[in-house]
Design a protein around this ligand. Sequence first.
Ligand code: NAP
Length: 297
Amino acid sequence: MTKSPDVQELIVVTGASSGIGAATAQEMARRGYHVLAGVRREQDARDIQGPNIEPVLIDITHPDDIAALAQRIDTDPPGRALRAVVNNAGIGTNAPVEVFDLDAWRKLFEVNYFGHIAVTQKLLPALLRSKGRVINISSVGGRIAMATYGPYAGAKFALEALSDSLRRELAPSGVDVVVIEPGAVQTKISGRAIAVANNVAAAMTPEQTERYGALIHAVTAQAAAADKTGAKASVAANVVVRAITSRRPRTRYGVGREAALLGLMSLLPDKVIDWLLTAVLRRYLPKAGAEEAKPLS
Ligand SMILES: NC(=O)c1ccc[n+]([C@@H]2O[C@H](COP(=O)([O-])OP(=O)(O)OC[C@H]3O[C@@H](n4cnc5c(N)ncnc54)[C@H](OP(=O)(O)O)[C@@H]3O)[C@@H](O)[C@H]2O)c1
């Protein structure tokens, strides 16, 4: 079901400077919604601005930014309804549990988990008024935690649980809560995550490099390869749009073939999943004789 462009309602998309968020903002605007597109820099605001797209400066770890966004919605001059909040902002990394700095781990959770809670809490009064929708962008990493995905998948698993709980709490109020689980999508996140992983690898002790160097090499090589074959951001955005506009949305939507495969895989016994993931990763391990822990540049 597509809304008529003359019936404008508000949509919030966090992390709209690039990737899935930018594509979602553009597609919803094209369909006639008024999109409040969350970005963190003035330059990104200028870049995303366009017909039906109003940039808002918001870092989801900054309570003042979130309060200003809530105020913007509550005092919307035409008094438009808030149709959906797309909790999309996110950061990635690959790091073994033993070596990932706890402060960095907390920062990742501040963005990928607590930030979404803060935005949702603050915008919930408006969503309750309009019987709007919460769309949480999770990941296949919210279903399966591959080696080195402890920090990222930990936050995504938490977001999945939060979404289930919230959906059950809000069902009587008519507010739907929908989870999107993309597999690989061609955006900036993969390159950014690989850069963090390389820094993590560079800071490891010789013993840690012995334990995890080849593993980090393999997962970053796998992520780089998946990024090349991943879905376009517009494909993911179309799934988000469906979640916002369907009369009866599903509770979860996958994006791409990888999401379907990993979703099925998550139903297998743990030991079988371990074996399969190890087998898939093997082809990305450094070749014998090569510099074992050399990170990707
Ligand atoms: N691409 C994939 O393969 C994939 C797969 C599964 C799930 N996802 C999920 O999809 C979502 C979007 O990611 P993407 O792939 O489109 O990556 P992306 O292009 O890197 O976009 C991430 C967005 O999040 C923003 N962001 C980061 N920290 C923020 C903060 N503290 N406050 C507000 N915004 C912040 C970034 O803004 P700046 O430019 O200012 O940093 C950027 O706009 C994420 O939740 C990600 O986990 C992606």
